[in-house]
Design a protein around this ligand. Structure first.
Ligand code: NAD
Length: 315
């Protein structure tokens, strides 16, 4: 049996990844300090015989001796997904973000090198900043403000990419970098401030939907099942990436808000508040590279995905 470590395993994306790897016959260790994740997210797998949860900060010393899956199966994969990812977190816990994307990345890379394990880094479309190239291709270097309110996240992820890339070049790390574009679905925190939960919860609660800016900024929303499928394919390959993973169907935030109102059956109105600083004006992945190299495509359209997500928020 093969064993993978998923950092951030009780977060939104990490918890779906744990389930996918278990269902593919892997043993899984989820390491998480619950700074933004919740144990509730992994309640379906906590009692699984090949699942282990380690509650700790990935930046702290890691004592591998007690890990039962490691003892039994060694370590064939590390997926580094620990990192707060919401704009609210950029203001509240910026140093946590900078640390997990620097020290956390270095520690997990060392672990992968030591065990000759495949390493997948969760990077982000934010490495493109407020992009001047549209749609974004992987060879675009980005337009990032290094001293802005989002820089703790954007630049930290750029450092992570550089570290992983360098370890591949000089330390034989079998690595793959994925750049995730706005992903949504069940288990997002209802209050995490990202556009999908924020607008859905406002509509469900009958409140006015507040749109930052004039709503003409665009986003491309990828359903979590599609994303997890792309991550799994990346893990199984030897590709280094970076690969954009996202759904290329692009919507303005205003169009998205109107869909939310329609699918929740809400009578809420839209209102427009000042834009967030350095908020990207447009966001759409060019996924030609991942289509060609991994045969991956986003399959779930926004209508299908949004209905499932609203069902979850309604629980
Ligand atoms: N959801 C998206 O649209 C999106 C887009 C781009 C990139 N990403 C990346 O995907 C990854 C997962 O994001 P998510 O949306 O699931 O966010 P999330 O906040 O739900 O998950 C992050 C998890 O990491 C854990 N964590 C954070 N710092 C930690 C530390 N120092 N030690 C141990 N655990 C720690 C949190 O407790 C949480 O469970 C992140 O790396 C994020 O940057 C997500």
């Amino acid at each position: 049996m093969q064993h993978v470590l998923i950092t951030g395993g009780s977060g939104f994306i990490g918890s779906h990844l744990c389930e996918r790897f278990l269902s593919e016959g892997y043993a899984v260790t989820a390491l998480d300090n619950l700074v933004t994740g919740q144990k509730e997210n992994i309640k379906n797998v906590l009692k699984h015989p090949h699942f282990e949860f380690i509650e700790q900060d990935v930046c702290d010393p890691i004592d591998l001796r007690s890990w039962k899956n490691l003892k039994a199966h060694g370590l064939s994969g590390v997926l580094h997904f620990a990192c707060p990812a919401s704009p609210i977190d950029f203001e509240k816990i910026p140093f946590v973000i900078l640390k997990v994307d620097s020290i956390g990345t270095m520690k997990t890379v060392d672990l992968a090198i030591e065990h000759k394990a495949r390493y997948v880094l969760a990077s982000t479309s934010e490495v493109y900043g407020d992009p001047l190239v549209h749609p974004q291709t992987e060879d675009y270097w980005g337009n990032v403000n290094p001293v802005g309110v989002r820089s703790c996240y954007d630049e930290a992820k750029r450092f992570s990419e550089a570290y992983v890339h360098t370890a591949r070049l000089y330390s034989d790390l079998n690595s793959g970098i994925i750049r995730i574009f706005n992903t949504y679905g069940p288990r997002m925190r209802k209050d995490d401030g990202r556009v999908v939960p924020e607008l859905c919860m406002q509509a469900i609660q009958g409140k006015t939907l507040t749109i930052h800016g004039d709503g003409s900024q665009t986003r491309s929303f990828c359903f979590v099942d599609d994303l997890v499928d792309g991550i799994y394919k990346m893990f199984q390959s030897k590709e280094s990436g970076p690969f954009n993973l996202g759904n290329p169907n692009e919507f303005t935030v205003k169009e998205f808000a109107e869909k939310v109102v329609e699918y929740t059956g809400s009578k809420s109105k839209l209102s427009f508040i000042p834009a967030r600083a350095d908020d990207p004006k447009q966001r759409k992945p060019d996924i030609t590279r991942v289509q060609t190299k991994l045969g991956w495509n986003a399959k779930v359209n926004l209508d299908q995905g949004l209905k499932k997500t609203i069902e979850f928020f309604n629980l």
